[in-house]
Design a protein around this ligand. Structure first.
Ligand code: MG
Length: 454
């Protein structure tokens, strides 16, 4: 795929991601998808309305009627899609900085388009084979005001409301000025929680923090948890398909620990779970302990979704899947990442015991990461050949789906060329820093040696 990467197409708005480009993407999607009606949703970004207008024009020009959902979380757009049976063009750059925007395409079943469907759209876009409508057949535009409210109603019906309400929880919420600011405060209140917020006004300039829910952007949330004696802190990214947590002492919880805790509470023997090739040892351990199978994909949510669909088609049960960045799927509910739903599933656990206890089994893991630079393609190839040679000799399970990952049972190491920089990244994770360092050093010395001999 050239235009759509592993999570849609993104760029700096009005420079890389222009209205002209979005109009053409919408025309291509409207042509390739062959739907009579398509919805458009957006997050809170300052450029969202301009780009959504361009998408609406593009769709109408190929004869497609348009439902304008306005600002809603991406999962709310996906809920609308599934309910109404219409595809959606979502204008969002998710966790990227405020100057970015992007386009994500969702099929009529509420699921992000799979790789092959995106390639069909790309073919139309690159070949400019748009199905332009005559003047009397262009699409109409209808405004839909209740997509967010309907989404909250569906969420409330899908989780254990009584269990959460009975626990009398205080939730500190940081929607980060994103689309979740319009739905999550009400959702958690309706669940019977006391809700205190920071950065909870939708604002495309993101004055309080950047949209990415990482610890350096979430210091205010940690303080809010402590100041209000909250039971848990919850943060979303810009389009609220992810949730990141703080414990009751205002300490950041690793996304990998949350994923492992939710997987441990959800997986049964014989189930399958799916994650990316940089998956934490925490999930490897949970899968082993529960008797579930762990399947790995290349990094990126599109790859995970495609693999889950294949597994479900093969009759496998995939009750939970996702990555350690807070993007978690519960496919029995919906094959979509949903920050509010993930948070509610986590609150079902918090109803029984404090967050720190829930994630305690997943705290003592150590990650080490090193970057190896190269100047020429020959040096890059020499390093990848060396990685292959290391893998051939190692007493470990090899996964070559995206770089070289070696699983030793108690630990793993991954050598993977960067997609954007002249680097080979080497990652390792183990139960001790010593073991993780030893694995990284072993692979780094082999790769650096091969590079330096080139
Ligand atoms: Mg997102």
């Amino acid at each position: 795929m050239k235009v759509f990467g592993s999570s849609g197409t993104r760029g700096v708005a009005n420079e890389e991601l222009t209205p002209e480009f979005v109009l053409r993407v919408a025309k291509a999607a409207g042509t390739a998808g062959r739907a009579d009606r398509v919805a458009i949703a957006r997050d809170t970004r300052a450029t969202g309305r301009m780009l959504a207008d361009a998408a609406a024009s593009g769709l109408a020009s190929v004869g497609v009627d348009v439902d304008r959902l306005g600002v809603v979380p991406t999962p709310a757009a996906q809920a609308y899609s599934e309910r109404e049976g219409v595809p959606v063009v979502v204008v969002t750059a998710s966790h990227n900085p405020p100057e970015y925007n992007g386009v994500k395409l969702v099929g009529a079943d509420g699921v992000e388009l799979a790789v092959e469907d995106l390639e069909r759209v790309e073919d139309v876009l690159i070949g400019e084979s748009f199905a332009d409508a005559t003047w009397d057949e262009v699409g109409d535009v209808t405004r839909v005001a209740d997509a967010g409210d309907r989404y909250v109603d569906e969420l409330l019906a899908a989780v254990d409301r009584q269990r959460i309400a009975d626990a009398d929880l205080t939730v500190a919420l940081d929607p980060g000025h994103g689309a979740g600011a319009l739905t999550s405060p009400e959702f958690f209140r309706e669940l019977g929680c006391r809700v205190v917020t920071v950065n909870a006004q939708p604002d495309g300039h993101f004055p309080g923090r950047n949209p990415e829910p990482v610890p350096e952007n979430l210091e205010d949330l940690g303080r809010l948890v402590r100041a209000t004696d909250a039971d848990v802190g919850i943060a979303h990214d810009g389009d609220a398909d992810r949730a990141i947590f703080y414990d009751e002492s205002g300490t950041y919880v690793e996304g990998d620990a949350t994923l492992a805790a939710l997987a441990a509470a959800t997986l049964d023997a014989g189930d399958t779970t799916v994650s990316a090739v940089n998956v934490s040892q925490r999930l490897v351990d949970v899968a082993a302990e529960t008797g579930a199978t762990l399947e790995l994909t290349p990094i990126g949510s599109t790859n995970i979704i495609t693999r889950i669909e294949e597994l479900i088609a093969d009759g496998e049960h995939v009750p939970v899947a996702g990555e350690g960045n807070g993007g978690i799927f519960f496919p029995d509910y919906r094959l979509a990442r949903d920050g509010a739903y993930v948070a509610a599933r986590f609150l079902e656990l918090v109803a029984d015991r404090p967050v720190s206890e829930i994630v305690a089994p997943y705290g003592d893991y150590h990650n080490v990461r090193r970057n190896l630079e190269y100047d020429t393609e020959d040096e890059r190839n020499a390093m990848l050949d060396a990685a292959e040679a290391v893998a051939d000799d190692a007493d470990a399970e090899l996964t070559t789906i995206d770089g070289y990952r070696l699983d030793y049972g108690d630990a793993w190491v991954l050598a993977r060329p960067s997609g954007t920089e002249p680097l080979v990244r080497v990652y390792a994770e183990a139960h001790s820093a010593e073991r993780a360092n030893e694995l990284v050093e072993f692979v780094v010395s082999a790769l650096a040696g091969a590079r330096d001999d080139t």
